[in-house]
Ligand binder design. Structure first.
Ligand SMILES: [Zn+2]
Length: 185
């Protein structure tokens, strides 16, 4: 769906050629609608060869085990966002070590998901009982009998096995994940 009105001044937008691409732009101020985007962040927190997972208490994916995460905020650094999300959802303190994977999903709101490996600092997992109703550290073996979201399964594989020399597209992921660009970093 294309943008109709200016988000800055409310004027009706027009089509404008900007460097060879037709964009929706405002004739009465400097606003250009570059696109609609959202950015998710996810945490892979390892402790003694176990990974921190939470069980979703809300749709979408209610009842599924996932890694903690959320969406970035307008005025918050992403390493602060992911640290806050982990603490809020699970009560565990962790800090960012590295980016280990990206998931790209071009659609009406183009979503990019950044997965961080996090260093465990302190705290025992306690669910927030709002977004998630269970939390814990689990081994690969324990995960086999748990209802883990497909994307989380892929991320867990990255966390335990998936180092690369740089940004590498994973064309044959260990679980079917259609419509996504998946990258190990
Ligand atoms: Zn305007």
């Amino acid at each position: 769906m294309e943008a109709k009105y200016c988000m800055e001044c409310g004027h009706m937008l027009e089509d404008r050629d900007i460097d060879g691409t037709i964009r929706r732009a405002c004739p009465s101020c400097s606003f250009v609608h570059w696109g609609s985007y959202s950015i998710g962040v996810g945490a892979l927190v390892l402790r003694e060869n176990k990974i921190l997972l939470v069980r979703r208490a809300q749709e979408p994916g209610k009842g599924l085990w996932t890694n903690p995460g959320g969406y970035i905020e307008q005025s918050e650094m992403i390493h602060d966002t992911i640290r806050r999300e982990v603490l809020e959802e699970s009560g565990v303190e962790a800090i960012v070590k590295s980016v280990v994977a990206l998931r790209d999903q071009p659609r009406s709101i183009h979503n990019l998901y950044v997965a961080f490996e996090m260093e465990y600092i302190a705290g025992e997992p306690v669910p927030d009982l709002v977004e998630v109703d269970a939390a814990g550290f689990f081994s690969m073996q324990e995960l086999e009998t748990m209802n883990v979201a497909s994307f989380t399964r892929w991320l867990v594989d990255v966390a335990f096995n998936g180092r690369t020399q740089g940004l590498t597209e994973d064309s044959y992921p260990i679980v079917p994940l259609k419509g996504y660009g998946l990258f190990r970093v």
